[in-house]
Design a protein around this ligand. Structure first.
Ligand SMILES: *[C@@H]1O[C@H](CO)[C@@H](O)[C@H](O)[C@H]1NC(C)=O
Ligand SMILES: *[C@@H]1O[C@H](CO)[C@@H](O)[C@H](O)[C@H]1NC(C)=O
Ligand SMILES: CC(=O)N[C@H]1CO[C@H](CO)[C@@H](O)[C@@H]1O
Length: 398
């Protein structure tokens, strides 16, 4: 993995990638998209069957050379440039020290993870007239959204991944949502890069963004929907579980939790011939994310096997010994799964564990023929809008 990250291999690989894509891959994608029986899914449209392998190839390429990162998305740059106002950037101070307790505190000490300030961006509904970071209205519902990217790429920046497509989906389909706060958290690295920001770095940052909404903007906890897609869904689940275990008076469990294709089995314990990992491999593009990198990033100095035996890392791991009560005290939760995803089996395990603990407060939606994190793909229609509409009625009924 990342074997071509250094020059001159980087350049050689990029040239090879561009040429082979134009002259070999694109023609193959065109032909396979045109013939229904050779599409990633027979039921998929021609255009989706063409865009999908391109997305997969781009990601696989990144796993060879490393993920691009833009200095214009660096918070220190944004904070001191005109982008701060343009994108409604804000810093969020770290949570007070007394909110770091229990097992998470022990792991933080062991991994040398400190509390630190983080940041985020406000997204507003078109036509929104107030200040993006203005005081909470008494009847307003707000979404705190945590982005995906396997804990190793993307950001909360409007141009840093799927955030703009995701938030516009909420604005177009959920009339009661006027603004969304995309909270940033530390990304992680591990071999072949130097190890940085293992668990619970992202959890502490996500907690800081929620603390900001309650204490700086003035939302009551019931008004907040904590949401996350992919790795951000894993993070949202971990944060709310942490709050449910400790019942902090200054940082109560939020009103509700929205999990969008949450990556909840980094150890890949749902595996084998009949599993979605194998059976849905051709209709999912993030196979590389489960090839071991994030699984090494998150545990830090914990033993490697902890990826499978620690519920903070893999809450749906089939190797967890005691799962009863794992999600006790969680609020109303909506879990969105794509039926064409490799992670589908782990979502079904999450569904079963959640419903064991919160019963009817769980809403599960498994969308036929949908691939991983499809709410971030404007080309994944009609499934995307239809799922957003279903989420909208769940929000209305909260
Ligand atoms: C930032 O907030 C203002 C309202 O204060 C809004 O008009 C503008 O569209 C927002 N920018 C983004 C990127 O959402
Ligand atoms: C479901 O949520 C309601 C409040 O919204 C709560 O009173 C009830 O205890 C919850 N049920 C479970 C099983 O968690
Ligand atoms: C087309 C296909 O094989 N889909 C599979 C995706 O994974 C689920 C869960 O394992 C299977 O039930 C589907 O048949």
């Amino acid at each position: 993995m990342f074997e071509f990250r250094r020059q001159p291999l980087w350049t050689v690989y990029v040239i090879y990638f561009v040429l082979s894509t134009f002259f070999v891959r694109v023609p193959i994608w065109v032909v396979t998209a045109l013939i229904p029986s050779s599409r990633p899914r027979r039921s998929w449209s021609i255009s989706r069957s063409f865009i999908f392998p391109a997305l997969r190839a781009a990601l696989d390429g990144c796993f060879r050379i490393s993920f691009p990162s833009s200095s214009k998305h660096d918070p220190e740059y944004v904070a001191t440039s005109e982008d701060a106002q343009k994108f409604n950037f804000t810093w969020c101070p770290s949570v007070p020290k007394d909110l770091l307790v229990g097992e998470v505190e022990e792991i933080a000490q062991r991994n040398g993870v400190e509390l630190q300030k983080t940041y985020g961006y406000w997204f507003t509904r078109p036509g929104y007239s107030g200040a993006a970071n203005g005081a909470a209205q008494s009847d307003e519902k707000v979404i705190l959204h945590l982005h995906g990217g396997g804990y190793i790429c993307a950001s909360a920046h409007p141009k840093g991944g799927g955030n703009t497509v995701m938030t516009s989906g909420f604005f177009e389909n959920c009339p009661s949502i006027a603004r969304i706060f995309c909270g940033a958290y530390r990304l992680s690295t591990s071999v072949p890069f130097p190890s940085a920001n293992p668990f619970p770095a992202a959890l502490l940052d996500a907690a800081a963004t929620y603390y900001y909404l309650l204490h700086a903007v003035g939302f009551r906890h019931e008004q907040v929907i904590i949401s996350g897609d992919s790795a951000g869904g894993h993070l949202a689940l971990a944060l709310v579980r942490y709050l449910a275990i400790h019942q902090f008076p200054t940082l109560p469990v939020p009103g509700s939790l929205l999990l969008i294709s949450p990556t909840v089995d980094w150890a890949v314990t749902h595996t084998g011939k009949g599993s979605s990992m194998v059976r849905n491999a051709s209709s999912d593009y993030c196979n590389q994310f489960f090839a071991g990198h994030t699984k090494r990033c998150l545990p830090g100095t914990l033993p490697e096997r902890d990826a499978a035996t620690n519920a903070w890392i893999s809450p749906t791991s089939l190797k967890l010994e005691d799962v009863e009560g794992l999600f006790k005290g969680l609020p109303k939760t909506y879990l969105l799964a794509g039926e064409a995803e490799i992670c589908l089996d782990s979502y079904r395990t999450l569904r079963d564990r959640l419903s064991g603990d919160i019963g009817g407060n769980l809403t599960y939606n498994e969308v036929k023929d949908a691939t991983h994190d499809f709410l971030t793909m404007s080309w994944h229609e009609p499934e995307r809008s239809s799922a957003f509409k279903d989420i909208a009625s769940w929000i209305t009924a909260l």
